[in-house]
Design a protein around this ligand. Structure first.
Ligand SMILES: [Fe+2]
Length: 260
């Protein structure tokens, strides 16, 4: 039984599903893939694109109803993908941001692709103080996650968890990103694999193939089971065991080159 903790399946709330029909189609793809529950994670960007908790709950309820009516065995749970900002924790405290399945325990956070904001670690710390564990979305996509993955190592030590997109592992965004995603898994720096699906083709809600690829890459079954179990656990707000990340060794050439 698989759970997809990052998916833009709710219709017309962001750049994900563009209609109820597409959401339904996405649901069918997920079921075929072996997914039993999806955490719907519309983008939440302070001041720019603030999707209310009420709107997310309403949309989940409507989609669940439609799935029941059509005999589609999939449960949609509320969530969001919150873009990081220095005031994100304040907004969360005001009750404006949806945690994973509204449990108040885990929150999915997106970072900028090219620039690493200096307040990331403060935001993680402030969430931890109020008992919320941040999950960083698609870590392989950030350009500053490279070399020895030092950024990720630091964020895990601060108490954040890491999610990688199944589509990156499958190779949808090219070999470079695929290899990076697999490398991150090999260094125990990944806690969740999710689809980050936006539609029915390409970025669709499929996860199973990514696990097959990881098996071929000689990732241990125990680690794959760990990844699958983590996604199941967090929807109930349960704790997950944190495994120690492996420090990645980089060549002297890389270290020297990076200094210039
Ligand atoms: Fe996303």
């Amino acid at each position: 039984m698989m759970v997809d903790i990052h998916c833009h399946i709710l219709p017309n709330l962001d750049d994900g599903s563009e209609s109820v029909d597409i959401s339904k189609e996405m649901a069918l793809i997920a079921v075929e893939d072996g997914i039993k529950s999806i955490v719907a994670t519309p983008h939440y960007i302070e001041y720019e694109h603030e999707v209310s908790k009420k709107a997310i709950l309403k949309s989940c309820q409507e989609l669940n109803q439609l799935l029941i009516q059509n005999g589609i065995n999939l449960k949609i749970l509320p969530g969001c993908e919150a873009f990081i900002s220095p005031t994100l924790v304040e907004s969360y405290k005001k009750g404006e941001i949806m945690s994973i399945n509204d449990m108040g325990k885990y929150i999915l956070i997106e970072l900028p692709v090219t620039n690493y904001p200096e307040y990331v670690e403060d935001v993680i710390f402030d969430f931890k103080v109020i008992g919320v564990i941040p999950i960083i979305a698609h870590i392989e996509r950030y350009s500053y996650v490279r070399g020895d993955f030092e950024v990720i190592y630091r964020l895990i030590n601060k108490g954040a968890l890491m999610q990688v997109n199944s589509t990156s592992i499958i190779g949808l965004f090219g070999d470079k990103l695929k290899n990076k995603a697999i490398e991150l898994v090999k260094h125990n720096m990944v806690h969740f694999i999710a689809s980050d699906a936006h539609t029915t083709r390409g970025r669709s809600p499929r996860i199973a193939r990514a696990f097959e690829i990881l098996k071929k890459e000689r990732i241990k079954d125990t680690y794959i089971d760990y990844l699958i179990a983590n996604s199941q656990k967090i929807i109930y707000g349960e704790d997950i065991k944190i495994i120690d990340p492996i420090v990645k060794k980089v060549s002297w050439f890389y270290k020297i080159r990076r200094r210039f």
